[in-house]
Ligand binder design. Structure first.
Ligand SMILES: [Zn+2]
Length: 94
């Protein structure tokens, strides 16, 4: 029975450690703007941790890295634009 007592103390500690590391919500502060030929511009919010675009608004967690998200300031998100792809180097052998 002593092992059961040990487990009841251990589980909350693990939860606290998780809370203070990656479970702490990070505020969504950027929205990636993609130009769309038919619909003007389409915006996708950006995960503050792994910087990938989120598939849906108001997701509780990033589906890539699992970061908990804070949407309290999403209206003030800064629009960012994807960097234009570098043009391929011309092949001089042709
Ligand atoms: Zn992420």
């Amino acid at each position: 029975m002593k092992q059961n007592i040990f487990l009841t103390f251990r589980i909350p500690i693990d939860c606290l450690l998780g809370f203070f590391t990656y479970r702490k919500p990070m505020r969504v502060t950027e929205i990636m703007i993609y130009p769309s030929p038919n619909y003007g511009e389409t915006g996708y919010y950006v995960c503050p941790k792994c910087k990938t675009t989120l598939e849906r608004e108001f997701m509780h967690f990033c589906d890539r890295c699992g970061q908990r998200l804070d949407w309290s300031d999403y209206r003030n998100a800064k629009p960012v634009y994807p960097k234009p792809r570098a043009k391929p180097m011309p092949d001089k052998s042709l």
